[in-house]
Write a protein that binds this ligand. Structure first.
Ligand SMILES: [Zn+2]
Length: 102
């Protein structure tokens, strides 16, 4: 946690993108044990993303709820496949997210 406050990584978009990836990877590590902390990491990553207009990589974008910021784990989400779409159900805020897949 502390290391994110000490590191000054803002400035360029490449740094911002790297920072977002690090935050979301960290969120993934703590998601099961500390969902609130994971949510905070997701929030920070999204904040950097919107402020610096850097998009979050697709593979990472699917790992958390767009509505409430909860990082998906097997406990707080359900994934269903139907009609060529992958549907993510967030059990924290009951929202749905559909992603087409091949
Ligand atoms: Zn949610």
């Amino acid at each position: 946690m502390a290391k994110y406050h000490k590191k000054k990584k803002e400035g360029t978009k490449e740094n911002a993108r790297q920072h977002i990836i690090e935050l979301l990877e960290e969120a993934g590590k703590v998601a099961v044990a500390k969902p609130e902390l994971a949510k905070r990491y997701v929030f920070m990553a999204r904040k950097i993303s919107s402020r610096l207009k850097v998009s979050i990589p697709d593979n990472l974008k699917r790992r958390f709820c767009k509505a409430c910021g909860a990082y998906f784990t097997s406990k707080n989400s359900r994934i269903r496949l139907n009609k060529g779409k992958k549907t993510y159900y967030c059990l924290v805020c009951q929202s749905l997210k559909r992603v087409p897949y091949k």
